[in-house]
Design a protein around this ligand. Structure first.
Ligand SMILES: [Mn+2]
Length: 324
């Protein structure tokens, strides 16, 4: 039996589902959770959608986002857990405390570095997003796609492809989004909700950050560090890192982009993006992180200066040995 059929059989047998995702969830993670929740509810199932922390207010525009419960207010029991958009189980963070070892886990993901930690694993690294994996899965299950489910899937695909700009965007991606639009999704409204959300103060800070970008290897590498205060001030309102990457991506010669965010004196989150053929998942993996060839991340328990030095050394190896 294929994993897709096994998952459907499991859904038919069980009635209560826990749907979880990675810490600091992005819109693909949230949208995939909510799409799956909408489908399962339509099948008469009980669904609990849980995050480690309350959802960032930057995502308050997302339909029915208030059904997501933070771990602190979670209670109840479940029959099967579904983990979406997670390359490894550790990425669910504290939510791991409610995962019961004797209950099945369905792992639905598109990370290149996925560790196949589930009882059932539906992983497609060629998919642009978990939402894209989910679309194919729902199709294989002969599910009726409601306008609401289509909305979530479009949201996941739009954001994980950087508005159809990343290499992960394929014929299949556009073919799927065409079908989602046919179901009534409003692409203009979604684009506005996701990307056109800055206030003047955000633009001011973005300008300051952009001035501090450092360039290496004739502009093939762009790197910026965020002090902890600045990120915290904005995190609740906008996805600052995503906006910074949008700017860096406009550089003609850039191949690797990196943001160092100081989370505490000895903890640095590193986000990497590739605009060329460098596999940034391989770089993140050197520091026990993961992700995709074009987008990855890792966390270093080190002071900022040391983290920068170590990560840049790995990037230099990839970029110097690689000529277009
Ligand atoms: Mn994703």
């Amino acid at each position: 039996m294929t994993p897709e059929k096994k998952a459907l059989a499991l859904i038919r047998q069980r009635s209560r589902f826990l749907i979880v995702t990675h810490v600091n969830p992005d819109l693909d993670a949230i949208a995939s959770q909510l799409a799956l929740a909408a489908y399962l509810k339509g099948q008469g199932k009980r669904v609990m959608v849980v995050h480690e922390k309350p959802v960032s207010s930057a995502f308050c525009f997302v339909k029915a986002v208030n059904q997501i419960r933070p771990l602190a207010s979670f209670f109840g029991d479940y029959d099967a857990a579904i983990v979406v958009d997670c390359g490894e189980l550790g990425r669910i963070g504290e939510v791991r405390s409610i995962i019961q070892e004797n209950k099945p886990i369905v792992n639905i993901d598109h990370h290149y570095t996925n560790e196949f930690f589930g009882t059932i694993n539906i992983v497609d690294p060629s998919a642009s997003s978990t939402a894209e994996v989910l679309f194919s899965l729902l199709q294989q299950w002969d599910a009726d796609l409601s306008k609401e489910i289509a909305y979530y899937l479009y949201l996941g695909i739009l954001t994980d492809t950087g508005s159809f700009r990343y290499q992960s965007t394929t014929f299949r991606t556009h073919h799927i989004t065409a079908q989602l639009l046919k179901l009534g999704v409003d692409p203009v409204k979604i684009y506005h909700d996701v990307y056109e959300d800055l206030k003047p103060k955000h633009l001011f800070d973005l300008a300051r950050i952009i001035q501090k970008v450092k360039y290496y290897r004739q502009g093939k590498i762009a790197c910026v560090s965020l002090p902890s205060g600045m990120l915290k001030a904005h995190q609740k309102e906008v996805d600052l890192k995503d906006k910074i990457f949008s700017f860096l991506r406009m550089l003609k010669d850039v191949e690797v982009m990196v943001i160092f965010s100081q989370e505490s004196t000895r903890k640095v989150r590193v986000n990497l993006r590739s605009a060329g053929s460098v596999n940034v998942a391989a770089i993140a993996q050197k520091f026990s992180g993961g992700g995709h060839k074009a987008a990855s991340g890792c966390t270093l328990e080190q002071p900022l200066a040391k983290a920068q030095k170590d990560v840049l050394a790995q990037i230099f190896k990839k970029v110097s040995s690689h000529e277009r």
